[in-house]
Design a protein around this ligand. Structure first.
Ligand SMILES: *[C@@H]1O[C@H](CO)[C@@H](O)[C@H](O)[C@H]1NC(C)=O
Ligand SMILES: *[C@@H]1O[C@H](CO)[C@@H](O)[C@H](O)[C@H]1NC(C)=O
Ligand SMILES: *[C@@H]1O[C@H](CO)[C@@H](O)[C@H](O)[C@H]1NC(C)=O
Ligand SMILES: *[C@@H]1O[C@H](CO)[C@@H](O)[C@H](O)[C@H]1NC(C)=O
Ligand SMILES: *[C@@H]1O[C@H](CO)[C@@H](O)[C@H](O)[C@H]1NC(C)=O
Length: 214
């Protein structure tokens, strides 16, 4: 220590410490924060509503769900994905027409998964949808929880709820009107996660290291 003459040095050290902690916090936050997976309905077909086919007794729903992990350095552990299909977008008027569960799975960083599945639905409700006003519009709810794994540090985050929904309008052939995929969205405007506990632990460690090496 060359400059050991009192207050000036101390202030400089303090400032350096504060700036270091600031920069580290930013790095820690950038490392730990995670983007929510993007979920969309790519395909939706109710043969019972295909007017050309004319098979109103066919109670199949064919759908394709796409799940995309956009994180560059995090894998996603999905809990079982609960899908619920309703006959109306309006929550206070709708009835469940069918449910489907996709088993839990792991998705690597920057990976896409597509699941094309079929589910038996309540055709009384399917055929009733849209009879009163305009074309039939259905609702798809997706409820699951996800954990993120940092691929470098192997750290697993805690579980975060992922609850999203989309409205799907179908045409005279029983197929969804939108040519593009329909994004499932949450009511809340949240689109990323960061575990406060992890940030706290990591910052604490870094401050200790900084204090020791000064
Ligand atoms: C609807 O039925 C018609 C007649 O069978 C068929 O040609 C058409 O491909 C069906 N639509 C879809 C989306 O499968
Ligand atoms: C219902 O329609 C689907 C799609 O066209 C078809 O694959 C399936 O065999 C039909 N089911 C019955 C019971 O007719
Ligand atoms: C849903 O239906 C209820 C009851 O008919 C109605 O009061 C409400 O305005 C509807 N909500 C929407 C968003 O259409
Ligand atoms: C379909 O829904 C209607 C109306 O909610 C109900 O009365 C009927 O029992 C349901 N059918 C089946 C097979 O669940
Ligand atoms: C999904 O459904 C299962 C079985 O009903 C249930 O135990 C689980 O809590 C559900 N998950 C979510 C996120 O709602």
């Amino acid at each position: 220590m060359a400059e050991s003459s009192g207050c000036g040095c101390c202030c400089k050290c303090c400032l350096r410490l504060i700036i270091s902690i600031g920069v580290l916090s930013l790095i820690v936050w950038l490392t730990l924060r995670a983007d929510t997976p993007k979920c969309s309905i790519q395909y939706f077909y109710l043969p019972a509503l295909n007017k050309t086919l004319n098979t109103p007794k066919n109670n199949t729903l064919l759908f394709e769900l796409r799940l995309q992990n956009t994180n560059k350095d995090k894998g996603v552990y999905y809990d079982a994905l609960n899908l619920t299909f309703y006959d109306n977008p309006n929550r206070s008027l709708s009835h469940i027409i069918g449910t489907y569960t996709i088993p839990a799975f792991y998705q690597g960083h920057q990976k896409k998964a597509k699941r094309r599945e079929s589910v038996k639905v309540n055709n009384t409700l399917v055929l009733g949808s849209g009879l009163t006003n305009g074309p039939p519009v259905f609702r798809v709810d997706l409820a699951t929880a996800v954990r993120f794994k940092n691929i470098f540090w192997k750290w697993k985050s805690k579980r975060h709820k992922l609850v999203v929904a989309a409205n799907v309008e179908v045409n005279e052939q029983g197929v969804k009107v939108n040519k593009k995929g329909i994004k499932l969205k949450s009511g809340a405007p949240e689109n990323g996660y960061c575990d406060r506990a992890q940030v706290g632990v990591l910052l604490g460690l870094m401050v200790l290291v900084l204090l020791n090496f000064r």
